[in-house]
Design a protein around this ligand. Structure first.
Ligand SMILES: [Zn+2]
Length: 88
């Protein structure tokens, strides 16, 4: 089992994490801004790029979401970035 770094808790077992989405997607402001096909594409279409990727993950015990950069081929974690400021 692989260890993933949570920016708030440190290294934890990958089973504690949940993939949320590829990073960089822009969510429509409301579902009224798009038709059903465009909304479904926003929710379900993924690029599934090979190599370096940026993804939004959630660490379930602390419920924090963050961006994890990793290589989709080797599964090496390249870094993390918080979506909010870390507590001082
Ligand atoms: Zn955490």
């Amino acid at each position: 089992m692989q260890l993933f770094p949570c920016p708030f808790c440190g290294l934890r077992s990958e089973g504690e994490f949940h993939f949320a989405a590829e990073a960089g997607k822009t969510r429509p402001v409301t579902t009224r801004d798009v038709n059903a096909e465009e909304w479904a594409a926003y929710l379900f279409d993924q690029k599934n790029e090979k190599g370096a990727t940026r993804e939004v993950w959630t660490h379930l015990p602390c419920a924090e979401m963050f961006i994890m950069s990793r290589d989709s081929v080797t599964m090496e974690v390249l870094g993390t970035q918080t979506l909010r400021k870390l507590p001082a």
